[in-house]
Design a protein around this ligand. Structure first.
Ligand code: PEP
Ligand code: MN
Length: 392
């Protein structure tokens, strides 16, 4: 019972966030808004027994297509229908959206299905048109969140609006920029706000279209725990066969909802064809997703958890001890290098360590990606120690 109470007080979400934010490249900065319990209210008002689901095509293409997708999604877990009307394309020549005419199609879809309607807005004109057409949810796309001028223009155009405004993460993994966008919307008097995690561009080869960098979204949760957080597995994966897996990962991290691109004929979609799924597939995914509770009152579970956590804590202390020892050895190497005027960095030696550790890590079931991140951090710390000694 005792553990149950402790668990209830410090819900899994808060504890997990607290731990994780210190594991990541946590950089402190002051928020220009308070975490506000009210931020969750708009989502609570949906009174859902499952995570919020936003679905619809990447782009509105024709009136028939919009209506067909909306009909396919009515009577499902979907509460909000999404469709891009103005499409920010990486290069000119792609389909840039049908423009304002599409808003009329959305109005029809709303009248017929009762679904709330969401569009992407990137400037004040988009906002004005969306408001004139009774759009319920406006989202700021990743290519717009990077630009504070554009976000401010949107915030000003929406001042004190009671529309729901979702802020996608910027294309680059910059938490301050993402929070900055949210703050600009909040400071314009808007209280129905959500964050959409759609992953980040990367130069590295990856199985994702946009790498998730989960720890960054987790850090956002730790700063603003009451801000609804929605995952967009479509833009993270870029592939329809990975949507379910990434959606489940998000729910396991206590995300509040999902935004999933859905089309009646995904292969022939005018944009983002590879990542769209049919309404039938979406409904199947919604059925299959496991929704886990944040806490439980089951004493046995809480007892087992407490034991395992104590064991984790002990192991973590040992890891720190070992790292401390490793740095002491590193310091001695620094003294030695100084005596012979040898450079801090020996690239060949560093590569040797990495190759060896990746192979050893694999034997222990540790991913290459983890070993790389871990040893980069360890190596960085070693260098800092040695630099201090050599220049001391
Ligand atoms: C979209 O949702 O279709 C879109 C353009 O997304 P993002 O801004 O995440 O690229
Ligand atoms: Mn898209």
């Amino acid at each position: 019972m005792f553990f149950a109470r402790i668990n209830a007080i410090f819900s899994k979400r808060y504890i997990a966030l607290y731990y994780l934010c210190f594991l990541t490249h946590f950089r402190d900065f002051k928020l220009h808004m308070e975490n506000d319990k009210q931020l969750h209210q708009w989502l609570d008002d949906f009174k859902l027994a499952h995570p919020l689901v936003i679905a619809g095509p990447c782009s509105a293409e024709t009136e028939d297509q919009v209506l067909a997708v909306a009909r396919g999604l009515s009577n499902s877990d979907v509460s909000i229908f999404r469709a891009g009307i103005w499409k920010p394309r990486t290069r000119p020549g792609g389909f840039e959206g049908v423009g304002a005419i599409g808003l009329k199609w959305l109005q029809k879809a709303k009248a017929e299905t009762g679904l709330l309607m969401a569009v992407e807005v990137a400037n004040a004109t988009h906002v004005k048109l969306a408001l004139e057409h009774d759009i319920d949810v406006l989202w700021i796309g990743a290519r717009t969140t990077v630009n504070p001028f554009a976000v401010q223009e949107i915030a000003d155009a929406l001042e004190n609006s009671d529309k729901i405004v979702l802020v996608k993460n910027p294309v680059n993994p910059d938490l301050a920029l993402w929070i900055g966008g949210i703050e600009r919307i909040y400071n314009a008097g808007i209280r129905k706000i959500g964050a959409v995690h759609r992953g980040f561009s990367t130069y590295d080869k990856s199985k994702y279209r946009n790498i998730p960098e989960w720890q960054l979204a987790i850090e956002l949760q730790s700063r603003l725990p009451d801000l609804p957080l929605i995952c967009d597995p479509s833009h993270i994966t870029g592939r329809r066969d990975m949507i379910r897996e990434v959606s489940q990962q998000a729910l396991d991290l206590n995300y509040d909802g999902l935004m999933i691109e859905t089309h009646t004929d995904p292969d022939n979609a005018w944009s983002d064809a590879a990542q769209q799924i049919t309404p039938e597939r979406l409904k199947q995914i919604c059925r299959e997703l496991k929704i886990r509770e944040e806490t439980t009152l089951a004493d046995d579970f809480n007892f087992q958890m407490a034991k395992l956590r104590a064991s984790i804590d002990e192991t973590d202390t040992k890891i720190l001890e070992l790292l401390g020892n490793r740095m002491k050895i590193s310091d001695r190497i620094g003294v030695l290098k100084k005596s012979e005027n040898i450079s801090v960095l020996q690239a060949l030696r560093w590569r040797e360590i990495l190759v060896k550790m990746i192979a050893e890590g694999q034997e222990k079931g540790l991913s290459e990606d983890f070993i790389l991140r871990l040893f980069r951090a360890v190596h960085q710390e070693s260098i800092a120690h040695q630099e201090k000694i050599i220049n001391g």
